[in-house]
Design a protein around this ligand. Sequence first.
Ligand code: ATP
Ligand code: MG
Length: 510
Amino acid sequence: MDTASINILLVEDSASDAQLLEQTLWQLGGERWQVVHFKRLSDAIDSCSKSTFDIVLLDLSLPDSKGLNTLGEFYAAAPNIPIVVLTFDDEDIALQAVAKKAQDYLVKGQITPNLLRRTIRYAIERGQILKQLRESEHRLRAIFEQTFQSMALLTLEGIILEINQPGLNLWGSQQQDCVGKPLWELESWNFSSTNQEWLKSIIAKAADGEFVRHELLLPSANNVMVWIDFSLKPLKDETGKAVLLIVEARDISDRKRAEAEVVNAWVQERELNEMKSDFVSMVSHEFRNPMTVIRTAVELLELYNHQLSDQQKSQYFGKIQTAIRQMLQLLDEILFLGRSDAGKLQYEPTPLDLEHFCSELTQTLQLGASSKHQIIFSFQGEQTSVEVDENLLRYILTNLLSNAIKYSPQGGNIRFNVLCQDDTATFQIQDSGIGIPFKDQQRLFETFHRASNVGTIPGTGLGLSIVKKCVDLHQGQIYLQSQVGVGTTFTVKLLLNHHDAQSLELVESY
Ligand code: ATP
Ligand code: MG
């Protein structure tokens, strides 16, 4: 500044004042100053776009602008030029001007060469420092605003001083609604006083100098719950005392979801493994029981062939046959499942007298049931001749009816209602047995799933999963209503007379 010449923009409508100033500058070494003089503010502002000035000496009373307005307009047009205001003994307005962007002021008539030099130099230096500060503030603000992270600045008491756009997006507020408010009054926090108290407590911790970080589940802008990585960092002064708090919040819902999926997959995998080994031991057990019956009966028949009466012999043969039937049924179920899993199960509709079919099935099952159980069959409908896949339907109904019997150990009536209307057959099987706990109901149609209240009632957990596959092949629906200790109703709705049902193979390939 001492060697290069300084460009001064002088805005002064009084020719004599302007002359006086130029003379004073001349006394300070004319070659060091380049002065461009204008009388009107508008001309001065225009010139700023054409030339560069190091400083402006600005009279506030001009023909086209008066008072602090002059300062305001000039600053708006050329914010980087340091301003020294020229006044006429009006300290008051001069001080206001300094408060509003002017670097300094000079009182006309009291301007000595030294004062002028010092004022110009300080104003330029201060202007440069301010410019650097502004640029640095710009850079920091850009980072603050442009980061994808939600950020806010709080006082030690938790009052919001600044909040960036991602923060506003996350908390669903407007800048003007947030600034000046305690953080815990934003919507995401104020829905629960426990949360608010917790937030106040961690703000107090951070104000004490501690870095606090937590993962939280909070409602966001549109009331969607989001997982947030939330931290409060104390900003300390050179003595190490916290002066402000920096809040950072990052939506980590995606990460949480991915974590949950991994855990879920792991849990499912483990469950599946457990179920498989349960299944293997259950199947072995289910086979072993009838095998033991057969072995014992055969041994007895072999050893005591001559001592046994014909009646005793036929009793043992009967036991062997029942045991063989049980094993065959189990084998059938496993094979059925295997076929359906391999996509080999077909839907093959044939004409069927539905009422007759159901009534015969009822009689067969009734024969196998104990006298404590009574199956009450009823049929309603305009038509009884339908087209369905007889094998699949037999499977469905046999399974549901035998479940109803099996899971009513104390006996009782089992209602089997069939309603055949339009193109739909509705089958309802209602028992008053042990019922199914609500928590188990969802997964009963999955293979190997059994309810938690089965106790010692035998079963493999395969029946319903097969039923479900058969129902799907009919493009039907199955649902259940159940209450523990009261009973269970299974309802199956099947589309009748449709020929376009797909094989499971096709269904599964989608
Ligand atoms: P199986 O393969 O021999 O049929 P299961 O009867 O255990 O074995 P599913 O028929 O698939 O298997 O039934 C699954 C589970 O649903 C049963 O273990 C039982 O917990 C529950 N359940 C099914 N029907 C009834 C019912 N009518 N009342 C109470 N619980 C039932
Ligand atoms: Mg069953």
